[in-house]
Ligand binder design. Structure first.
Ligand code: SF4
Length: 394
């Protein structure tokens, strides 16, 4: 899998795109006027591993308060880039650009009025003049961003396309993409490079198809803006996690995506482990040791589930240094119930623990069996010895 080439964009002190790891972000759920509440929530997101945090700025008061939130965080040693989320008010974006590290605007409502589901008829001249109005207003924001080193996200939502776009393109992936391209062309024309793009939808099929189409359009125009991926309104619990994994994971496997946000109807810090899990499962950002284990069946020769937990514990952040192997995050460890299919199915593992006979385990280093038929009671310890002997930090 080849990662799509993208420009590097600085968001505060943390670069995004290019060769940088795929970044993980979340969003606060409190009013942005609640300074202390937001600071506490942002700290929880950062402590969980969040690398950027977005806050809603629905009015000027919220945009101005970003300054207090930022200084409170810095005072407490949290230098996390903050992103302002703006809808329906271009003036708020201008203010937010003074204090935030990145401003997200929604093309569907940046200057176009709230959607009324009206079919609007434009002549070509009228349509062109609407685009000129958009450009003139947007360039004023780009100039503020240039002066303050603030990045922009052009963040399209399927659910908030303007009546203007819907009337001309319909409710289609082509309309979603065009609503983004209109803004990107202005950025290119005015040589503004610090741009991230996103297209989100709650329907994973629409989301995946629209983003793929946007990438094709950008490629045709020689644009290499980094992409932010997310499934909107994904829900909560297992459903929300699965939906996010399907939408985001599919595009990551295409090599598309430079930052992700998993949107869950839960405390925002809960989104972070899910995001890292998706990155790990798609092998796009390895953060922990990978365990390959069979589901078990009638051939299983030992208590598979207990053994998996015992071995995983060794790789977790435990306090006993004798047990700690968590730094070997690049490894793949296989735990297989039997010798019949185990060695073949764990082919790309670095080390393997395989049931050999009743009460007996064989240990593998790569494809080679290095310890045959050892008593099960000693096998986990022997596996750890083996890993400690050969494995070097990745
Ligand atoms: S590896 Fe062996 S024990 Fe595990 S599922 Fe396959 S056949 Fe069953």
């Amino acid at each position: 899998m080849l990662r799509r080439y993208t420009n590097e964009v600085m968001i505060g002190n943390l670069p995004l795109g290019g060769e940088n790891p795929i970044r993980v972000q979340s969003m606060t759920t409190l009013p942005t006027t609640d300074t202390q509440g937001c600071i506490a929530q942002i700290k929880r997101i950062v402590d969980a591993g969040g690398e950027y945090v977005r806050l809603t700025t629905q009015g000027e008061r919220e945009a101005l308060n970003l300054k207090n939130i930022k200084s409170g965080l810095l005072r407490d040693g949290y230098d996390v880039p903050l992103i302002a989320d703006v809808h329906f008010n271009a003036r708020v974006a201008d203010i937010a650009a003074l204090y935030a590290d990145k401003v997200r605007i929604n093309p569907g409502n940046y200057i176009d009025p709230a959607r009324k589901f009206l079919h609007l008829e434009y002549t070509d001249e009228e349509y062109t003049s609407e685009l000129k109005r958009l450009e003139d207003r947007f360039v004023a924001l780009l100039n503020i961003c240039k002066a303050h080193h603030t990045a922009i996200r052009i963040g399209v939502n399927h659910g908030s396309l303007s009546d203007r776009i819907m009337s001309r393109y319909g409710d289609t992936p082509a309309g979603i993409v065009e609503s983004c391209m209109e803004f990107l062309r202005v950025c290119v024309k005015h040589n503004f490079k610090d741009v991230v793009v996103s297209i989100k939808a709650s329907n994973t099929i629409v989301m995946v198809e629209s983003v793929r189409r946007l990438v094709r359009e950008m490629d045709k125009s020689d644009m290499h803006f980094p992409l932010h991926l997310g499934v909107t309104e994904a829900g909560e619990g297992e459903d929300g996690r699965l939906k996010s994994a399907v939408g985001i994971g599919t595009l990551l496997l295409d090599g598309i995506g430079d930052t992700i946000r998993v949107s869950l109807s839960e405390a925002p810090e809960k989104e972070i482990p899910v995001a890292y899990g998706i990155l790990q499962a798609t092998h796009t950002r390895i953060t922990h040791t990978e365990f390959i284990s069979c589901p078990g069946c009638g051939r299983t020769l030992y208590n598979l589930q207990d053994t998996i937990q015992q071995i995983k514990h060794t790789f977790a952040e435990v306090t006993d240094p004798q047990l700690r192997l968590g730094h070997l995050s690049h490894l793949k460890i296989a735990i297989m119930g039997c010798i019949v299919n185990g060695p073949g199915e764990m082919a790309d593992a670095d080390y393997g623990y395989v049931g050999a006979a009743a009460g007996k385990i064989s240990l593998y280093k790569g494809k080679e069996c290095v310890e045959k038929n050892i008593p099960q009671s000693q096998a986990v310890e022997k596996l750890i010895e083996l890993i400690k002997k050969y494995a070097t930090p990745g």
